[in-house]
Design a protein around this ligand. Sequence first.
Ligand code: WTA
Length: 647
Amino acid sequence: MNQERVHTASPDFIAQANIKPDDYRRMYRESIENPDAFWTNVAKRLDWYRFPTDIRDVSYRPDDLHVRWYQDGRINASVNCLDRHLAARGDKTAIIWEGDDPSKSERISYRDLHARVCRLANALRNLGVKKGDFVVIYLPMIPEAAVAMLACARIGAPHCVVFGGFSPDSLGTRIADCSPKVIITADEGLRGGRPVALKANVDKALQRPDTHTVETVVVVRHTGNPVNMQSPRDRWYDTLVEGQPAVCEPEVMDAEDPLFILHTSGSTGKPKGVLHTTGGYLVHTSFTHEVIFDLKEDDVYWCTADVGWVTGHSYIVYGPLANGATTVIFEGVPNYPDFSRFWQVVDKHQVTIFYTAPTAIRALMREGEAPVAKTSRASLRLLGSVGEPINPEAWEWYHRVVGEGRCPIVDTWWQTENGGILISAIPGAIPQKPGSATLPFFGVEPAIVDNEGKVLEGVAEGNLVILSSWPGQFRTVYGDPKRYKDYFTTYPGTYFSGDGCRRDADGYYWITGRVDDVINVSGHRMGTAEVESALVAHPRVAEAAVVGFPHDIKGQGIYAYVTLNAGEQPSEELRRELVAWVRKEIGPIATPDHLQWAAAMPKTRSGKIMRRILRKIAENAPEQLGDTTTLADPSVVQTLVNERLVR
Ligand code: WTA
């Protein structure tokens, strides 16, 4: 593998870069040696009602765990994303929307976006939404998604965005977790020309008794296809905002007031509502967005993520808009109408900065260079990657074919819990090695520990922890402080990421993937436990174990082992039914790639499933099974090996 190849930005790029090589070293040192002074300075980039003086109040000690940034500051996120740009950037395009249908697009100026946000914020207040009330947002990638988030921020109502690809049940679980009064959705979404029944899914989710707090469902008319509207609960978005004033007094928030929760998967149990607060999150996302993407006033910036994930929150909505940038919202998919779509959109809107996931790069790479080559892409100057490790081959292809060797690539490592990027190249300042996220961002002190928690120095491989705090760090797991604490008790006194990592002789970090029971499928984080509980919810299933396995396009695929109830017979029909069942229970992203019947699971004598063995079988590495003598019944393994589905 070509891991040690170093790419340095061109002299032209470096000459115009915001951060030069010497700046990086100096600023990093300052951020570590004197964090309060450093982060006071950075906070000046935002407009505060009261500028903070209490910069950092953090303890990772399990008996006194707390993370607070800028706690005496007062601020409103929507004002920072909108109002403060009106004087100089009122006519500048804030959002370029590109529809799933290539004939549909729209440009929204900062002035117009401000008015739309204010109208919806007023409408939400009229519906009784007050500071501190949750609002669930379940929308496709349309401008209203950003409008809804900012309208919530304006009135101090924390939002909880649910990815539009999630099933009614996954949506219901998230609604039940935060008890909103209002849900904002659309009649339907559109992806690759196919409708997604969002409103119908909401109707199903609201049949659950634990979602009874919802009083109003606001429905955006998007595809215009007929949907069931239940009076008085369901209200059309357009009639609701019609006639509302285009100004709305913002709520003055404490820096530590919640801005949103966003659910993500852990290794056990149901999804965790990761809670982010206002001041620190906005400082961190806007600052990283400017520095890591080398942002300039006339850039057209496009992040292809969905607002249902943290990348969409931080790097489609809050970071870019706080910076007064032009941000693209894309409703579609990379292969519709054809595999040139991304690059056609780049040409159409003259995109200069493009940020996507390795899984998309690999899928496009498989189609060859022709779909890329027939587009210009001359506007591009910087590329980014996020969500999973990028293999060096995909990195080189992205660099050579998409960027024609001209564009630096920032491989950005971070997590829902982190709020924003923690390890990444800064283009122009940090040379890149394909496959490495390179060096820590300002204020971030990564460390690698062994399984006993010993900090390893120099060249090392182990578990990635962070010793320091950063402003965009999550503040709790909503309603579950115990699960928050877990992050800081595995290796006491540090934040444990759940990722494995290696550090090379240049101090560069190479993320090797999750070391817990979380898998990363096409850049989507998933708990194997969630897929297992969906499977065992099927009446004919007795037991299920789910592991990840290496997948050429998705990074990791989903491999399920299923034991049926006594008396049930495996069949191809039942296999298909179970795969479809998981899809329906969680959503299409959780569809198992392989489902293997297991007459019995490999278990320890105390009854614990030995996943290490199941992982090796799924990886088609039966020679690496290791010690199986602790199994209650070692013969189980041979049957599973013989019947394995990947060879
Ligand atoms: C993985 C997405 C390698 C990692 C922003 C992490 C990465 C999980 C990278 C978080 C990267 C994200 N290189 N791995 N550049 N970025 N990951 O919460 O395993 O959806 O723990 O946040 O994605 O996924 P999440």
